[in-house]
Write a protein that binds this ligand. Structure first.
Ligand code: AMP
Length: 287
């Protein structure tokens, strides 16, 4: 590793590994698949990728060993280090939730007062309940938190949930969400100046991939007279491009739309007279 090369710390195993490597490749970084080695060198950008444990990433960036890191909001909240979030990456989504056995009467955080709560997020849990003046006892565990009530270790838990099936399988019910989490790109508070330009490049290009994933490029042909009806269906943000076609009364309409809206838009576009509608993925989008 040379001092002029930027260091980006990424998870070397676990849930965030695959989506993180996919993000880096989608961004166009070329590097050997060395997820078993500590470092891989990007071939086309002055950047070294440090493959480390997910739980160590905040610390490594905080200490300045890495300039940037990819981790979960939950791990950032749990760590004793304040780091600027440069980008929300849109994957690794989960919620930190408080839960109790299904037959328990508690339905609010306040009703957890006086309970023992088992969690692998003791700092976040302590802070959350402390800020609300709710007195709970924290039982720190590093894993298998969901079995703690059955073992008689605690009356409730605070744990990460995505689908909720682990809670159900363990006879637990959510009481509420303490924190919404996703993968984030974090940076050092003050990156070394000569690497700043590369930090900005990484933030721009990763941000372009994340922005592109959320949207689709919509193309269609339509009779010119249908244009105002079509424009009314397309979201107002960016006005669509309207391109004349060889047939005088026909135009092509192109627009960038939110992926989540495509489903809702297609039937009315067709009804308004659009035909040959193409929905195309966007590789990168720089606003
Ligand atoms: P790992 O333990 O290495 O698989 O990584 C766990 C990290 O993945 C957590 O700290 C979260 O940031 C993220 N994550 C996303 N969904 C979940 C989930 N359902 N359970 C646990 N972690 C999740």
């Amino acid at each position: 590793m040379t001092p002029d090369r930027l260091r980006l710390a990424v998870p070397n195993k676990g849930r965030l590994l695959e989506p993180t490597l996919r993000l880096l490749r989608d961004a166009g970084l070329e590097f050997e698949d060395q997820s078993r080695a500590l470092v891989s060198h990007a071939e086309n950008v002055p950047l070294d990728i440090l493959h480390v444990r997910t739980e160590d990433i905040v610390e490594l960036v905080g200490d300045g060993v890495a300039d940037l890191g990819i981790t979960g909001t939950n791990l950032l909240a749990e760590a004793d280090v304040e780091l600027p979030v440069r980008l929300e990456l849109g994957y690794g989504r989960c919620r930190l939730e408080a839960a109790v056995p299904v037959d328990d009467e508690a339905v609010s955080f306040e009703q957890l007062a006086g309970r023992r709560l088992a969690t692998s997020h003791p700092a976040t849990t302590r802070r959350f309940f402390g800020e609300r003046g709710i007195d709970v006892a924290i039982v720190p565990l590093s894993g298998s938190v969901e079995v703690a009530p059955r073992l008689g270790l605690a009356e409730g838990i605070v744990d990460l949930v995505s689908t909720g099936s682990t809670l159900i399988m363990n006879g637990l019910r959510s009481v509420g969400c303490l924190l919404e989490s996703q993968a984030v790109l974090v940076g050092r508070p003050s990156a070394v100046a000569r690497r700043d330009a590369t930090v900005d490049e990484v933030v721009t290009v990763l941000g372009a991939v994340v922005a592109g994933r959320r949207r689709k490029y919509l193309m269609m042909n339509a009779p010119r007279r249908a244009l105002s009806a079509i424009e009314a269906i397309l979201p107002g943000l960016a006005s669509p491009s309207v391109i004349p076609l060889a047939h005088d009364d026909m135009v092509a309409v192109h627009a960038v739309v939110e992926d989540a809206d495509v489903w809702r838009m297609l039937p009315p576009l067709r009804a308004a007279g659009a035909s040959g509608i193409l929905v195309v993925p966007i590789e990168k989008l720089v606003p």
